[in-house]
Design a protein around this ligand. Structure first.
Ligand code: GLU
Length: 489
């Protein structure tokens, strides 16, 4: 069997990480089996469309490095891959179901349906269509048509018996047909519902496996009824376990970022994100966490999918991202950081940035960086002309303004003619000054660190000074000294 799997997003908003996880699993499985990965845009719920959402979803996939063999932009043998461009197929299917008695036209007005729902709510019954139009006579139908009432098409769901199907992960699932209602297939505007369009397309596009989130499991019996009514063979169903937050409730905005775009913007690496998402419902063994893209593809048979809900742990993601960042070559990391710096540095820093200067800074923070989006905050002092000192930071626990000032005054002349201006020389001279001053290196280096960076926690001091250069370093020592004089007065 040729594996043909699809990712079928609805462009109704930002691409949710749970949804992207489904895309990733389909892609991995297709690549593992040498099959085809198809992207299909399910845009039949016109009221919920969000402009730009399709592009955001496709960009999310591209960013992760998921390529598709068939899809809206690349085309393919089953084109078009956008459901709103395939309306005639759904119409034909609905016509066939009507002709064969598997479906019927329903003329109920929204007001009537609302009334039915309200009564059901009062009687504490589950909301469902009361099948008012299921057995209309031809005369009644003609009468509605004459009055210009636009009908919807509903499935004539069997009133008795059971619908059974097999889910690869969940096993056999059986539901009583009495719990299913006569759901809508085609809306009065001629657009199909998700159920009809999804089943028709999975069939027409020869989809072998439907792999999607668990939240679609309740829809599956309806789909199975439709496959039966249309005489189509159903695909293999694989419902992927839910993704939970660390509090074990369904992952949502409350847990922080949920859109893949946001993760990209915060500076997670695509490689790390792919690795992390792959572990949400799949495991190679009990312990291995880090996988390259090639390894994921190699190790992705369906047998390793889990059944239990997966927990999205942001701390683990940060850890993993840090690991991936540390594995990058410094020049690769520098190139990836430039756009983040250009986005986040204060506006007074002139753009474009000097790539050589950025490359000199990167080794100083390489080991500490967890997200690319942290870079401007960690390194802004390298780019700013003036630092705004919080003078209290210049003063340590046992450090008076007087002593701190003296430390700066002693340092300045010693650095003015220093040659060469590099980290080892700076370190040697400054350590010597600590001794001359009779100061412990802790508080002394502390005041210098705040003077040159404006921060108490910063990259290694001497390397920082070396990269900053003599002029900037000296100016800052002066400025810090002046700031201290203001305190003393
Ligand atoms: N359009 C549905 C979604 O937004 C597709 C669900 C499915 O894969 O069947 O996720």
């Amino acid at each position: 069997m040729t594996v043909r799997v699809r990712y079928a997003p609805s462009p109704t908003g930002e691409p949710h990480v749970g949804n992207i996880r489904a895309a990733l699993f389909n892609w991995l499985y297709a690549r593992h089996r040498g099959g085809r990965f198809i992207v299909r845009i399910e845009d039949t719920d016109q009221a919920r469309l969000v402009p730009g959402a399709t592009e955001a979803i496709l960009n999310g996939l591209r960013w992760l490095g998921l390529d598709w063999d068939e899809g809206p932009d690349v085309g393919g043998p089953y084109a078009p891959y956008i459901q709103s461009q395939r309306l005639s197929r759904y119409q034909e299917a609905a016509d066939r179901l009507l002709a064969e008695g598997h479906a019927y036209r329903c003329y109920c007005s929204p007001e009537r349906l609302e009334q039915v729902r309200a009564e059901q709510a009062r009687r504490k019954e589950p909301p469902r269509y009361d099948r008012h139009c299921r057995d209309l006579t031809d005369a009644q139908r003609a009468d509605y048509a004459e009055r210009g009432v636009a009908p919807v098409v509903r499935l004539r769901t069997p009133l008795e018996g059971q619908t059974a199907f097999h889910d690869y992960l969940r096993g056999n699932i059986v539901v009583d047909n009495s719990t299913l209602d006569d759901f809508v297939l085609l809306k009065s505007d001629g657009f199909p519902t998700y159920h009809l369009a999804n089943v028709v397309d999975d069939h027409l596009m020869d989809i072998s496996h439907v792999m999607r989130g668990d939240e679609w499991l309740p829809s599956t019996p309806r789909h199975v009824l439709l496959y039966e009514a249309l005489g189509f063979a159903p695909p293999v169903f694989v419902h992927l376990p839910l993704i939970l937050g660390t509090d074990r409730t369904k992952l949502s905005k409350r847990h922080g970022a949920t859109s893949i775009t946001e993760y990209r913007e915060r500076g997670y690496l695509a490689e790390a994100m792919m690795n992390f998402l792959a572990l949400l419902g799949w495991a190679y063994d009990e312990k291995t966490e880090l996988f390259t893209r090639a390894e994921l593809i190699r190790y992705f048979p369906l047998e390793r999918l889990g059944k239990t809900p997966a927990v999205f742990n942001p701390e683990k993601l940060d850890w993993m991202n840090g690991v991936y960042i540390r594995r990058l070559a410094a020049d690769d990391l520098a190139a990836r950081l430039v756009p983040f710096l250009e986005r986040d540095l204060p506006p007074q820093v002139p753009r474009p940035l000097d790539a050589t200067y950025v490359a000199a800074i990167v080794p100083l923070i390489h080991d500490r960086l967890k997200r690319l989006g942290e870079v401007a905050e960690l390194t802004d002092f390298f780019f700013l002309e003036e630092l705004a000192y919080e003078t209290r930071l210049l003063l340590g626990k046992d450090l008076t303004a007087d002593l701190a000032g003296r430390a700066l005054e002693t340092t300045l002349p010693a650095l003015e003619g220093l040659e060469p201006w590099d980290a080892p020389t700076l370190e040697r001279v400054i350590r010597g000054l600590a001794e001359d001053l009779g100061m412990k290196t802790g508080p002394y280096f502390g005041v210098l660190r705040v003077a040159v960076t404006g921060k108490t926690a910063a990259p290694p001091l001497f390397q920082t000074m070396a990269v900053l250069g003599r002029a900037r370093t000296l100016k800052r020592l002066h400025d810090a000294r002046a700031a201290l004089l203001n305190v003393a007065v």
